[in-house]
Design a protein around this ligand. Structure first.
Ligand SMILES: Cc1cc2nc3c(=O)[nH]c(=O)nc-3n(C[C@H](O)[C@H](O)[C@H](O)COP(=O)(O)O)c2cc1C
Length: 386
């Protein structure tokens, strides 16, 4: 196996090992993918100020997100169907996160269920919720999350209807995959993946299968979303969910200052500046380009986090410099999972932590909590509203 030193190395290995349908599901954005690409390329434009002769002997990248201590200011973003990137993917990822000292977020649309994670991980985790038409089912999900030891709810607001991802249509994305001739031929080239899947019984949507009546097709993500997700979602629903849940609440999918103010006013503990990894409104700005304005507008009221396009510890550092109190990584950890399972997720976290530590030091700082815009080259980064 080649030496793995970057997230890009993990991506390439995942591309080799994961069936095309599921690799494409991860490595794609909606429509022209312009927002997906901008999430990464806008990070690349931001430059650091190199500082020298500052004592950088004793460093710390530990941070707190919603009052929870983290090995670094990074949590694992919710990603649907992670158990199709690798057998038992959510369990493996949650274990890697717990061992590393960062939080894992289980998606509503996961393969392994809330109960699976509780039974196999034994550490608290977060749960991501979509707003569905069936409020009874939502209440049940919230109660199941409480029973599973979930200690923060991540409420996603930017996917009530699905932004079209062409590759998923072409590939006929489903879980489990349909046994068509092209799928079988492709899976035959991924023997490790097939062996893993033959060794687990977790092949469907674990939080849903067996828990919801009267839904015709729950193998297809797009048809489930079309039938079940509630396009009438409003801030009143957010308030209702907050009451039902009663614990720490994180609002995910904020890209606009006005929405950020509404999220802050609703009393949530954190908001995530996010465009769903460029998978929803193509043509929307990158997450990093909106961060400074949002942090300036509401950063005193609510913790502002960021996801979208983070592929290195340097990206995490740039987000922290522009006002984020924490970040989430989606594809960076999924590529690790697809490439090498639990070891790959640990590898991804390790790569990001080392890059974050060394880059912070070379900017002349010892503690990630002290980092601010001073570490960035003026003119190279998007500023806020003032
Ligand atoms: C394959 C995949 C599946 C995703 N599924 C979900 C999901 O179920 N719920 C959710 O809130 N966000 C989901 N997201 C969005 C991520 O939580 C996160 O916002 C995004 O991945 C961040 O961008 P990045 O991948 O560039 O880090 C998904 C993203 C990917 C790539």
């Amino acid at each position: 196996m080649p030496l793995i030193t970057t997230i890009e190395d993990l991506r390439r290995l995942a591309q080799k090992r994961v069936p095309r349908m599921f690799y494409d599901y991860a490595d794609s954005g909606s429509w022209t993918e312009s927002t997906y690409r901008a999430n990464e390329s806008d990070f690349a434009r931001i430059q650091f100020r190199q500082r020298v002769a500052r004592n950088i002997d004793e460093r710390s990248i530990r941070a707190s997100m919603i009052g929870q201590d983290m090995a670094m200011p990074v949590a694992l973003a919710p990603t649907g169907l992670a158990g199709m990137q690798h057998a038992d993917g959510e369990i493996l990822t949650a274990r890697a996160a717990a061992a590393f000292g960062v939080r894992y977020t289980l998606s509503t649309m996961s393969i392994c269920s809330l109960e699976d994670i509780a039974a196999h991980v034994g550490q608290p985790f977060w749960f991501q919720l979509y707003v569905m038409r069936d409020r009874v089912f939502m209440q049940q999900l919230i109660e199941r999350a409480k029973a599973a030891g979930v200690d923060a709810l991540v409420l996603t607001l930017d996917l009530q209807i699905l932004g079209q991802r062409h590759k998923d249509l072409i590939n006929g994305l489903s879980a489990p995959p349909k046994l068509t001739v092209p799928n079988i031929l492709n899976m035959l080239t991924k023997p490790r993946w097939v062996a893993g899947m033959l060794g687990t019984k977790r092949h469907g949507f674990g939080n849903i299968v067996g828990h919801v009546k009267g839904v015709a097709d729950i193998t297809s993500l797009s048809s489930w979303i079309g039938q079940q997700f509630d396009p009438r979602l409003s801030w009143d629903d957010v308030e209702w969910i907050k009451q039902c849940w009663g614990g720490k609440l994180i609002i995910k999918g904020i890209l606009d200052v006005e929405d950020a103010r509404l999220a802050a006013n609703c009393g949530a503990d954190a908001l995530v500046v996010s465009n769903h990894g460029g998978r929803q409104l193509d043509g929307a700005p990158s997450s990093i380009s909106q961060l400074a304005a949002i942090a300036e507008a509401v950063g005193e009221q609510i913790e502002v986090w960021l996801d979208g396009g983070i592929r290195s510890g340097q990206d995490v550092l740039k987000a922290m410099a522009l006002g984020a109190k924490g970040t989430m990584i989606g594809r960076a950890h999924l590529y690790g999972l697809g490439a090498l399972g639990e070891v790959g997720v640990t590898k991804a976290l390790d790569i990001i932590a080392r890059e974050l530590d060394v880059s912070m030091a070379l900017c002349g700082y010892n503690d990630i909590r002290d980092v601010n815009r001073e570490i960035l080259l003026p003119g190279s980064f998007p500023t806020g509203v003032c």
